[in-house]
Design a protein around this ligand. Structure first.
Ligand code: ADP
Ligand code: MG
Length: 498
């Protein structure tokens, strides 16, 4: 019996294509909640875990009868900012709706969200991926709507408690078109969206605390087929790399189900990063009955053209624009520039460092950060610079620029700073990494090497210029890599010719 998928027959040799649409919940960085005056984020310096349970709540958050929601203007402005930065159309009239479901961490029995008329629609963002970021594509954004977060159930042995600190925290949900075709594209989309919402200051971008969470919708189809297959929604993954891995796993799982003659079901799955697999949480009904209807407590959100344009005018330089500017100003390669400008912390560190060491050293600085700094930190997610300071980077860039240290030594120094911290000058002295540009120090070294290798000297003099490399190598070794290479080579040639 032959197997079919979406009307075409398939076997182990069939090439399948992934279809991916992402729904991202972005926590807006407002001080108060979306419909109440309760704190939306921890006191400065605190983490979410530090906040006393149910401290940041009001009767509105707890859904007490008779309380009324009042819309937070700043949250609206932030949502508009995000919409404009992703080329969305901003609807001057949008509606808040009640989305009904029962869950103990949602005391009202519904979540206030937007449904029929969301705040933003029809945007897009441009992604880059591949080894050198050589693949590019525009991904459509269907809509961005505003909604409130739910509380958190805390499970103990035999009973559960509810913490409402998070109930009513303002979110935007950014829904993409199902236009991504593989894990790398999904990862690139998330990184770009993250770069944008953090660059425009609407999200703190703390991944550990769930400021940016992704639901990935994944289906597959035989390549060439236009129709979509049955999709699975992988819920709440908060690391870019885990989203990529979850999708990779899921695509292969779906392929196996099809090839073994099984049937895919539309369902919600969770990703277990320890085991690197997804597992079923619940099957999803065709249309979940949320009984959406406009929230009678909230009037339609009406905006003026002027309000929207004022926000547009206040947008800072976006990551794509900054990438292009860095290419022009510092002569960076496109991929390097993308790396620097898509990460808020490294981007900030670059900006602060370049202010200290001067624009003319921007390229050296970028090479140090990308070539070595990021590799050392090598965190899966771009949310750490691990204590590197702008002063360290700028001092090091200056030391490379004025040839105090070679680029090779500079990388060693970075590794030491990464491990132990400290000051660039002190590390150079302590480790004896100062580049030797002093002729009087190099001369005796070279004389000795020439004296020890008369045969090679003869070869060079009889026209075999390739042996030059041998002498330079020997001299480098003798100076433990500290000799200034250009100077060294000049000197060797002069001696050989003389
Ligand atoms: P829901 O609200 O039930 O989650 P939507 O129709 O709003 O469903 O779609 C949610 C997300 O799923 C969107 O990002 C969309 O691009 C994506 N999506 C829809 N159909 C598919 C499919 N067959 N395969 C993969 N992704 C899909
Ligand atoms: Mg969904």
């Amino acid at each position: 019996m032959s197997l079919t998928c979406l009307g075409v027959s398939v076997d182990v040799n069939t090439e399948f294509e992934a279809v991916i649409g992402l729904e991202v919940h972005v926590q807006l960085a407002t001080d108060s909640k979306i419909f109440s005056s309760a704190r939306a984020r921890p006191e400065p310096g605190n983490s979410v875990a530090d906040e006393a349970v149910n401290k940041n709540t009001t009767p509105v958050c707890a859904g007490h009868p008779g309380t009324l929601p009042v819309l937070n203007q700043k949250a609206v402005n932030y949502a508009i900012r995000a919409g404009l930065a992703t080329s969305c159309k901003i609807n001057l009239k949008s509606i808040f709706a009640r989305k009904h479901y029962f869950y103990p961490d949602s005391p009202k029995g519904y979540q206030i969200s937007q449904y029929d008329l969301p705040l933003c629609e029809g945007g897009h963002l441009d992604i880059e991926w591949g080894e050198e970021g050589e693949m590019t594509k525009r991904i459509g954004i269907t809509r961005i709507h505003m909604e409130e977060d739910a509380g958190k159930s805390v499970h103990h042995h035999g009973y559960s408690l509810v913490n409402l600190n998070r109930a009513g925290v303002p979110l935007i949900e950014v829904v993409s078109e199902p236009e991504m075709r593989g894990p790398a594209e999904a990862g690139a989309y998330l990184r770009k969206l993250y770069a944008i919402v953090t660059a425009i200051g609407v999200c703190d971008g703390n991944l550990q605390e769930g400021n940016f969470r992704c639901d990935a919708n994944v289906s597959i189809r035989p390549k060439g087929v236009k129709e979509f297959g049955t999709r699975v929604e992988i819920k709440n993954v908060n690391s870019f790399r885990f989203v990529e891995k979850a999708i990779e796993y899921e695509v292969e799982r779906q392929r196996q189900v099809i090839l073994s003659g099984g049937k895919l079901v539309q369902e919600t799955r969770l990703y277990d990063s320890q085991k690197n697999r997804t597992f079923s949480m619940r099957t999803k009904e065709e249309a979940e009955d949320y009984r959406y209807f406009p929230d009678p407590d909230l009037p339609p959100l009406i905006l003026s053209e002027e309000q929207v344009e004022a926000i547009r005018a206040s947008l800072p330089e976006l990551p794509d624009q900054k990438r292009d500017r860095y290419i022009r100003e510092f002569g960076l390669k496109r991929y390097d520039s993308t790396l620097l400008t898509s990460d808020v912390l490294w981007g900030r560190l670059f900006q602060e460092s370049v202010a200290l060491c001067g624009r003319e050293n921007g390229k050296i600085l970028a090479n140090l950060m990308i070539g070595e700094g990021m590799r050392l930190v090598s965190s899966a997610d771009p949310d750490e610079t691990k204590g590197f300071t702008a002063k360290q980077f700028s001092d090091l860039a200056l030391a490379v620029a004025d040839q105090t240290v070679s680029m090779t030594a500079a990388k060693q120094i970075l590794a030491i700073l990464f491990e132990q911290g400290g000051e660039v000058g002190a590390v150079i002295d302590r480790e004896g990494l100062r580049q030797v540009s002093d002729l009087s120090a190099l001369e005796p070294v070279i004389d000795e090497i020439l004296a020890k290798n008369p045969k090679q000297v003869e070869e060079y003099r009889s026209g075999k210029e390739k042996v030059l490399g041998f002498f330079v190598g020997q001299a480098m070794k003798a100076t433990r890599g500290k000799a200034n290479p250009a100077l060294l080579q000049d000197l060797v040639i002069r001696k050989l010719k003389g």
